[in-house]
Design a protein around this ligand. Structure first.
Ligand SMILES: Cc1cc2nc3c(=O)[nH]c(=O)nc-3n(C[C@H](O)[C@H](O)[C@H](O)COP(=O)(O)O)c2cc1C
Length: 281
């Protein structure tokens, strides 16, 4: 049966996201799932409604069903339901009140401890103590996080990932008693959304979708066009660090990201990861 409402909704979402017209075959399977994925939006406001028993565990199980590098299974999820621990985490990030407000808060951990422990248990050497070990564990954690967001969205929940837990990884590590070679990749606020939320326009596929091999491109032109399209749809409500940079009449995505990354952040994260026992060479 043709489902034009779903098709229209995906086409509208992708137009808003990329500024590109898609013509979608209404006979395609899984259009409901594509509609949820294309319509993605992070949620930072939640209803004061708890998650019904079991749903969080169900979503974690679905998320941990994601593909895993070499079947190494190097992601753990910490469900933070102790309010003192949650407050301790939120206190490190005072400008994000949604961390304390969300009905549920999770931390996705890259666990590089189990694999060398398994080698030890089986009396084998572990000559792979280098950057790739850290990379594999964090990539696994990121994939599980993304899968959790998809699963949560499917049941009508909203999420907001929180990389700001890496602002004070030492505090997070102590609060969660993270073992050696276990690093917090991101937190995640989860709850029933209090508002619909808005689609955030992304860079055009012309910029981020490459056929076969990278070629010459005019990044300045592409970014300029994106800034203008995005500003027309979702202008920034506030400019960063006006004291340092002044108020810009054309404040777009590129100005915002350039200002954001003009401030040093997480310069000691590498030291934290090394102190946790990872070798980054
Ligand atoms: C790994 C990761 C970390 C993020 N960290 C934060 C964060 O610390 N605080 C926050 O409010 N949003 C955070 N976000 C949400 C992004 O700001 C959001 O995805 C982005 O602005 C695009 O908006 P959208 O998700 O609604 O499309 C994070 C997203 C990802 C994927």
């Amino acid at each position: 049966m043709r489902d034009n409402t779903t098709v229209n909704s995906i086409e509208a979402a992708l137009m808003q996201r990329f500024g590109e017209e898609f013509k979608i075959d209404s006979g395609l399977q899984g259009l409901d799932a594509l509609k949820r994925i294309a319509g993605h939006r992070s949620q930072r406001r939640f209803l004061p409604r708890p998650l019904e028993g079991g749903v969080l565990r169900l979503l974690c199980a679905c998320a941990l069903s994601a593909p895993s590098k070499s079947d190494l299974q190097q992601c753990d999820i910490v469900i933070v339901n102790d309010s003192a621990i949650r407050k301790g985490i939120a206190a490190t990030i005072p400008d994000m009140p949604w961390i304390e407000d969300a009905p549920a808060f999770l931390v996705f951990v890259g666990n590089g401890q189990r694999l060398p422990a398994v080698s030890g248990l089986r009396d084998k050497p572990f000559p792979n103590d280098h950057l790739d070990a850290f990379f594999n564990a964090t990539v696994d954690a990121a994939i599980v996080l993304a899968t959790f967001v998809c699963a949560a969205t499917a049941v009508g929940l909203g999420c907001c990932p929180i990389s700001a837990i890496r602002d004070r990884p030492d505090v997070i590590s102590e609060l969660l008693r993270l073992p050696k070679r276990c690093v917090p990749v991101a937190g995640l606020c989860v709850g029933w959304p209090a508002q619909e939320g808005e689609i955030t326009p992304r860079l055009p596929l012309q910029t981020t979708l490459i056929e076969n091999a990278y070629g010459e491109r005019d990044l300045a032109v592409e970014i300029d066009a994106y800034d203008r399209r995005r500003s027309a749809l979702r202008p920034y409500q506030r400019q960063r660090n006006v004291e340092r940079w002044g108020a810009s009449p054309l404040y777009g995505w590129s100005e915002d990201k350039a200002r954001q990354y003009a401030e040093p952040t997480r310069g000691d994260f590498g030291r934290f990861v090394r102190a946790k026992g990872f070798c980054l060479d």
